[in-house]
Design a protein around this ligand. Structure first.
Ligand code: AMP
Length: 433
């Protein structure tokens, strides 16, 4: 089997790593890939938002299967274009990808199908209406740009000044581009977050192991939101009773709602859940795997991913094939200094080989490239140091041991990935994950 993976971040490196190891796979291409992926696949230059160019690339390569990592090509209709040509591909079509492409569409979908989520105050097409609505909300309030904004479209605003400034930046100065043309205001939920990801062929579904992401840039969940500073997976995150509640209250009404609305959903459906004191509620849907959750999930996979993907693309998902390593996994992200704000790139990365001497550890690349024989930084999130262990503590120890060997100028990372869960295990509390 020859496989083409679209994307070039840590999530795609994890997928390529696993696919390249799958029995029956002769070749993996990745477009555009990165310096780490280049060790496991042939990387090809590509603009992931350009559907016509990706179709032309696939025409030339003729892969047996294409796997899409990021949301942009999905929202732009890449799967529709491939399926019209009967080329096997993993991912939802454009209409289904609206669950991520429009937060207002997703919210209205959840309201229509009684999926528990934060209450919406309103959706606004003009900045005037959005400012006006601020006098009738409870604080803090969550403001969401409707469209894709590369993780920058959500703000938890503590007061009207902060909210006004964000609305101005998004709707008047167009800082987030088209994604910010509409905004919505919603109730702030509190609790712990859980990433609940499922895989569906439109009829059957299977759930992946549970994960938790760490969105804020600094320890103790301080500072601005990022694309994700680390994630871990441990079965203790999802006790059986919570799994049943999420299945009954969220997964089933969502899948039934999609069918009722005539939307065939094929691919990964990421459900960002807040475990509130009133039960689990949906924060967001994503139409693809999470990053860095994928790194932690892939590290626990104990099955042939290429085979699973080709069955999924053919509409024949066999959920009993998803077998997982027991224990836990953790991915700690090493980011450029200044991220998620302004940061410099081109810093030489040292110690990659030394880090991989640590047992059960893999350094997955996100923003890296080759330059004059060195591997240098090329993005905000640079590496995801990913390890497995018999326990979460063990996995984290290995990941941090590996990190000690790695260095680049300005490198920053969170020291407290997974600490919340370790504390709740120590306290004997698994009720809230
Ligand atoms: P989203 O892109 O919608 O997942 O939002 C990004 C992050 O913002 C989430 O992972 C949460 O940490 C936070 N968030 C989003 N919606 C809410 C909400 N209604 N209440 C509290 N936090 C939220």
């Amino acid at each position: 089997m020859q496989i083409l993976v679209i994307g070039g971040g840590g999530r795609e490196h994890a997928l390529v790593w696993k696919l390249a190891q799958s029995a029956g796979v002769q070749k993996v291409w990745c477009a555009p890939g990165n310096a780490g992926i280049a060790g496991e696949a042939e990387c090809l230059a590509a603009d992931v938002g350009d559907v016509a160019a990706l179709v032309a690339l696939a025409e030339k390569l003729g892969p047996d299967l294409t796997v899409v990592g990021p949301e942009l090509p999905l929202v732009n209709g890449l799967v529709d274009a491939f399926e019209e040509r009967r080329w096997p591909i993993v991912g939802p079509r454009k209409q289904a990808a609206r669950l991520e492409g429009s937060k207002i569409f997703a919210k209205e979908f959840m309201q229509r199908h009684s999926v528990p989520t934060a209450a919406m105050y309103g959706a606004y097409d003009s900045p005037g209406d959005a400012y006006g609505a601020l006098c009738a909300v409870e604080w803090p309030v969550v403001i969401k740009a409707d469209g894709l904004c590369a993780g920058k479209g959500v703000l938890l605003a503590g007061d009207p000044d902060e909210a006004t400034e964000f609305i101005e930046r998004v709707m008047e100065k167009n800082e987030l581009g088209l994604g910010g043309k509409r905004v919505m205001l919603e109730e702030t939920l509190s609790g712990r977050e859980l990433s609940f990801i499922l895989l569906t062929d439109g009829e059957r579904y299977a759930t992946l192991v549970p994960t938790r992401d760490h969105k804020r840039v600094f320890d103790g969940n301080q500072g601005p939101n990022t694309g994700g500073m680390g994630a871990y997976s441990s079965d203790e995150l999802l006790p059986e009773s919570l799994r049943q509640t999420i299945t009954r209250q969220i997964v089933e009404p969502t899948l039934n709602g999609l069918a009722e609305d005539g939307i065939c959903y094929k691919g990964f459906l990421y459900v960002g859940v807040m475990l509130t004191k009133d039960g689990p509620k949906v924060l967001e849907f994503n139409c693809r795997l999470g990053d860095p959750e994928t790194q932690a999930i892939v590290a626990r996979m104990d099955f042939n991913l290429a085979e699973l993907f080709s069955e999924l693309a053919a509409g024949k998902l066999q959920s009993d094939k998803l077998q997982w390593k027991s224990g836990a996994s953790a991915c700690v992200v090493l980011a450029s200094g200044g991220y998620p704000g302004k940061f410099e790139t081109g810093k030489v990365i040292h110690g990659l080989k030394e880090a991989e001497q640590v047992h059960d550890l893999k350094v997955l690349h996100a923003g890296t490239k080759r330059s004059d024989g060195d591997i240098v930084t090329a993005g905000g999130r640079v590496l995801g140091v990913t390890a497995t262990g018999a326990t979460l503590r063990g996995a984290l120890e290995k990941a941090y041991q590996g990190i000690e060997k790695i260095h680049f100028e300005g490198m920053q990372y969170r020291q407290d990935i997974g600490k919340d869960q370790q504390q709740s295990i120590a306290a004997g509390d698994s009720r809230h994950g």
